[in-house]
Design a protein around this ligand. Structure first.
Ligand SMILES: [Zn+2]
Length: 281
């Protein structure tokens, strides 16, 4: 069932759990993710990133997700990751995306607020949700380099009051890609944000390779959406590498998908804790 980010994050908030955001790159990764989602019965965010858009995949990926979502009762969000502006948001909303991110974290606060408000109004007119970002996230994702800045706490309330996003990604020392050493998160920033007025559900980017206890702590403090991209891509590539010698196409794809599904199952169990999704309302 196709639904919005707001919908699944409201559910996550009630359950004190987090919803996984998985980046999708082809049919096989979507199928592999949904195998894990069906096995675990937990809502999911399927996300198209800038790399997939540059590769020309967005129309096909959105068709695949819409079809697959229509065949399951589990809530599925079709999401734009690190959206670059109004025009791109409109392009994907016209394709049937239910939620978009606008990433203005590299912009001065006023500019971030101005464009975030425009994209929020646009998304609302489609009945879609919006995620915004404050304090850029380090590392490299889809060729985009982030600044690894901690969120400036004095900017959070003015931003939230002006934009009213449905979700807010904050920089707490997290980074995209796989961490070379265990990251150090500033958990106090999650705590501080959660105490602010009208704060929407908080988002942690760069979930790949984060030690499990840090993820659990972030969720307990109020993180409601966690993004995982690199770990799925690594699993898929490892699966292909392990079977490439056999030169047997479909068994190779099957093995790669099984590797992805195993990561998906592990992440869902970690993110939901003891919570359960009771099924269709
Ligand atoms: Zn990200």
């Amino acid at each position: 069932m196709l639904t919005t980010l707001k919908d699944v994050l409201t559910f996550a908030e009630e359950k004190n759990a987090a919803i996984p955001h998985f980046n999708i790159d082809n049919l096989e990764t979507i199928e592999a993710i949904m195998d894990g989602v069906e096995a675990e019965q937990w809502p999911v965010i399927l996300s198209v990133g800038q790399g997939a858009i540059k590769a020309g995949q967005v129309v096909y990926l959105s068709d695949l997700v819409k079809r697959i979502a229509s065949e399951t009762d589990i809530p599925v969000v079709l999401f734009l990751d690190h959206g670059i502006g109004y025009e791109q948001a409109k392009m994907v909303l016209d394709l049937g995306f239910t939620s978009v991110m606008f990433d203005g974290s590299r912009l001065p606060l006023e500019e971030n607020i101005r464009i975030s408000r425009q994209v929020k109004e646009l998304a609302e007119s489609y009945g879609a949700s919006i995620e915004c970002e404050l304090g850029s996230i380090g590392g490299v994702e889809d060729g985009m380099k982030g600044g690894h800045n901690l969120v400036d706490l004095s900017q959070v309330e003015p931003f939230v009051q002006a934009v009213h996003p449905d979700a807010l990604a904050i920089g707490i020392g997290n980074a995209h890609g796989m961490y070379k050493a265990a990251p150090s998160f500033d958990f106090d920033r999650i705590r501080a944000c959660r105490q602010m007025k009208d704060i929407p559900p908080l988002v942690l980017h760069g979930g790949s390779g984060t030690p499990d206890p840090m993820i659990r702590k972030a969720i307990e403090l109020g993180i409601r959406k966690i993004n995982v991209a690199t770990e799925l891509r690594m699993a898929f590539m490892e699966g292909l590498e392990e079977t490439v010698g056999k030169r047997d196409f479909y068994p190779m794809l099957k093995h790669a998908k099984e590797k992805v599904t195993a990561v998906v199952v592990q992440k869902i169990r970690l993110f939901r804790g003891s919570a359960v999704w009771e099924g269709k309302e």
